[in-house]
Write a protein that binds this ligand. Sequence first.
Ligand SMILES: [Fe+2]
Length: 317
Amino acid sequence: MTEELSELIALKYRFGEEMLSKRLRQQVKISTSPFGEGYGRFHWENLRFIPQLLKTILKGLGVLERGHQNCLDFKIKEVVTRFHELPDPFDGYRILHLSDLHLDGMLDKGHALGKIVRNLKYDLCVMTGDFRFDKLHGYDDTLTLMARLLKDLNCQDGCFGVLGNHDFIEKVPGFEKLGLKILLNESVDISRGAETIHLAGIDDPHFYGTYDIEKACKDIPSTDFNILLVHSPEVVEEAAAAKINLYLCGHTHGGQICLPGGIPILTNSFGHREFSHGGWKYAGMQGYTSSGTGSSGYPVRYHCPPEITIHRLLKNP
Ligand SMILES: [Fe+2]
């Protein structure tokens, strides 16, 4: 048996046969057609002429170069969130949150990002999907670049991620060999002495429909503090119903090309606009949507800098 086949069989037991076959079918359809069968049927980013058209327009307007430079002008955002339920040993806990890296499409292939994260202090690193940009080519470039980035990360409680709509599930073993554990409707415990918090993650809800919050949270006691990683802000209501404390996501890129004041033109998301970037609350749950660390579609940003987020959790007395 080949290594690839045994890895696929292991994924089948872990993710479920029905879910795995559904995702693999969707991957083939979505990556080759603008009219896929995912959540929302029309995927404009698969129309290859749009980036070229955008480039021509921006060049004509004389803002193309500035837009490229903005993609590497990372902003480090510290976000403080307070919780009654947070156990005492986690008061001040720091989480590095990277999202939508699209590393193969990053103009400098992640060099500047690596230099920045090397010097940050945090306890845990989470990545909310879309590691790759180009869905029509292989994954080798992305895995090579991820290997380098992961060497620049250093934290006590490790690195965890979820898949986005640009990511293919058969590459999960590749990520995990590099030290990035992917949560496929699963959870892990993080302990400090006798106290534990729980980190759950679901598969991408944007295209594939193969997410399962109930399964991801099945081992989490209902009174314990928990965090849910999701690629997009499109299952906020379901997560709140499942009593999630903190929902971390990305996918929208905050609009990436915004009007002055950071007002998004498009968010490529079916969630409410109030969840499209930054911090938000819904039915007792707190959430944060990253504006993305990388860029998608065409590598330009306006009025929407790429972000490296540090979440600082504080106990509400
Ligand atoms: Fe995405």
